[in-house]
Design a protein around this ligand. Structure first.
Ligand SMILES: NC(=O)c1ccc[n+]([C@@H]2O[C@H](COP(=O)([O-])OP(=O)(O)OC[C@H]3O[C@@H](n4cnc5c(N)ncnc54)[C@H](O)[C@@H]3O)[C@@H](O)[C@H]2O)c1
Length: 263
């Protein structure tokens, strides 16, 4: 799928990895709808890139109606520009670490678990679900009759989750496991599905880590011995969009790092 002249819908696009994808897509002649809770950051990004190529739609991915209105707005914008939807990138996500049992023997709260699952899993599926009827009816392009791509964001926590990551790992593991069945459901429409599983990347989410946690993670990094940069994540998203043979796969992006048990 060529990025040029296509619109990509990016949840969590106001910050971190999603934001980097938007910058990369727009620098390659693509268009991007930014769907995020964070209106100030979303509007700042629109001002930085220019309203011609991006639009911000305030959206809470835990609310079906909120997604519906952002999807409606995005598709109206697509109609206006004539730049058909090329794909969706679901980067909205939260960490919220909590041990399942704390040192006073209190189990973690189910509402915290639901919070993480609702954003990371339900919010991901709901956005994709609401965009698919449109994507499946676009005019197929190229020799293979491609219609678009779904890029989901898992995490290395899906495979080597750390203490305190039961909810997060459950959510990211779910995204990794649903990649293949979604691919199989959508192949008849010429829609591909790729999931990326980054390790530690610099973003607002990881800026909350303590210096001690950072230093300890640095010790288990292989090469390069540093956190990934958002543009390096965006580079793989771009490759996923452009390379038609990438489908039904979960790609780790981690510089060989495996998350340790102890920090
Ligand atoms: N940064 C990392 O090291 C790392 C590693 C592995 C996976 N990830 C995943 O990458 C994705 C992006 O994370 P990031 O590091 O860029 O974090 P980030 O905090 O910089 O960006 C996340 C964005 O999601 C938005 N968001 C949160 N809840 C939302 C909701 N209910 N509705 C709409 N938007 C919402 C936030 O406003 C924010 O703009 C997440 O799914 C995260 O789990 C990040």
């Amino acid at each position: 799928m060529k990025i040029q002249g296509r619109t990509f819908i990016v949840s969590g696009g106001a910050s971190g990895l999603g934001r980097a994808c938007i910058l990369d897509i727009c620098s390659r002649g693509g268009y991007a709808a930014i769907l995020d809770l964070h209106a100030e950051a979303g509007n700042e990004l629109v001002n930085e890139i220019g309203r011609g190529k991006t639009r911000f739609f305030e959206c809470d991915v835990t609310e079906t109606e909120s997604i519906a209105s952002a999807v409606k707005g995005s598709l109206a914008w697509v109609k206006e520009t004539g730049m058909e939807v090329g794909g969706v990138i679901t980067a909205a996500g939260v960490g919220n670490p909590a041990k399942i049992l704390d040192r006073h023997l209190n189990p973690f709260s189910l509402s915290d678990f639901d919070f993480v699952m609702n954003i990371n899993v339900r919010g991901t599926i709901d956005l994709i679900r609401q965009l698919l009827p449109h994507m499946a009816q676009t005019t197929p392009v190229g020799e293979d009759g491609e219609r678009g791509i779904v890029v989901m964001v898992s995490s290395s926590a899906a495979f080597d989750g750390q203490p305190g990551q039961v909810s997060y790992a459950a959510s990211k593991g779910a995204i990794a496991s649903l990649t293949l069945p979604m691919t199989r459901d959508l192949s008849r429409y010429g829609i591909r599905v790729v999931t990326l599983a980054p390790s530690m990347f610099d973003s607002r989410m990881t800026s909350m880590l303590s210096e001690k946690a950072r230093a300890s993670l640095k010790r288990v990094m292989e090469f390069p011995p540093r956190p990934g940069q958002p543009h390096e994540f965006a580079q793989l998203v771009t490759q996923s969009i452009e390379n038609i043979m990438l489908n039904g796969v979960v790609l780790r992006l981690d510089g060989g790092m495996r998350m340790p048990s102890k920090m």
